[in-house]
Ligand binder design. Structure first.
Ligand code: HEM
Length: 222
């Protein structure tokens, strides 16, 4: 039997609430956006017709922007720490990326290099999501509120960026969902972010050894 038992808190209640709000908004934005692009009456009708789908898209966009903004204001220190973690790539992260931490079936890895609270793949994904969301916000609002004020060429650029970043984000989130909810090696992450915030200590000690060791240090100091 393993020596490490019990659970550790990985994601606070506010983080989980913000993640839920952002995910639900993203699903609505993605679905209505796909409906606009393909001019799909089937999708628009789910939201009460084309005009309503457009309204739902815009107001979901407001919540999609306000949710993280309020979270950052209330949790500035925690968010800064998150940015610090996902933007620091050590040589352990580089060697994790070379083998993708053993997540790819044909690359065998006995002992993946120790990782932070987020592994190198999650760090990259975090960067893509933050930059992608900022681009959606920075293009979406001019497309909505200033469409008659900005030059036509600028509006056309906003539409192109909005469309292509949406494609990248939808693919990235699909990959994120597969790894966090379906892949047998990592699906334990799902309950931790979507339910109670806790994860088995043994799993953390193995997958996020650097972070887990800092928790131990804190415990020993108390
Ligand atoms: C702050 C966030 C956002 C705002 C304010 C916003 C706003 C808009 C607006 C005004 C349009 C033009 C369609 C219309 O008139 O109703 C649009 C189109 C679209 N949006 Fe968004 N949006 C946001 C986020 C997103 C996100 C996160 C996605 C994808 C997951 C997305 C995907 C799309 C797509 C695919 C289109 C169609 C583009 C095209 O036909 O070229 N949007 N958005």
């Amino acid at each position: 039997m393993s020596k490490i038992q019990g659970k550790v808190l990985k994601h606070s209640e506010q983080t989980r609430t913000m993640h839920w709000i952002h995910l639900l908004c993203f699903l609505i934005l993605g679905l209505t956006g796909i409906g606009f692009y393909f001019d799909s009456a089937g999708i628009s009708n789910l939201f009460g017709g084309e005009a309503n789908a457009s309204l739902v898209h815009r107001w979901a966009g407001v919540l999609f922007t306000a949710g993280p903004a309020i979270y950052i204001l209330l949790n500035f220190e925690r968010f800064s720490k998150f940015i610090d973690t996902i933007s620091s790539f050590t040589k352990d992260d580089i060697s994790w990326l070379k083998t993708m931490g053993g997540y790819i079936p044909f690359i065998k890895v006995e002992n993946p290099p120790p990782q932070d609270k987020y592994n190198a793949g999650q760090k990259l994904l975090g960067g893509i999501i933050i930059i992608g969301c900022l681009l959606m916000i920075l293009t979406g609002f001019p497309m909505w509120l200033w469409r008659h004020l900005v030059p036509a060429a600028f509006l056309a650029i906003c539409y192109s960026i909005h469309l292509w970043v949406a494609v990248i984000l939808i693919l990235a989130i699909a990959g994120h969902f597969f790894l966090a909810a379906i892949h047998p090696k990592s699906r334990v992450e799902f309950a931790s972010m979507m339910l109670d915030g806790y994860i088995d200590a043994e799993i953390s000690a193995h997958h996020n050894a650097k972070w887990f060791n800092t928790l131990q240090e804190v415990k020993e100091k108390i």
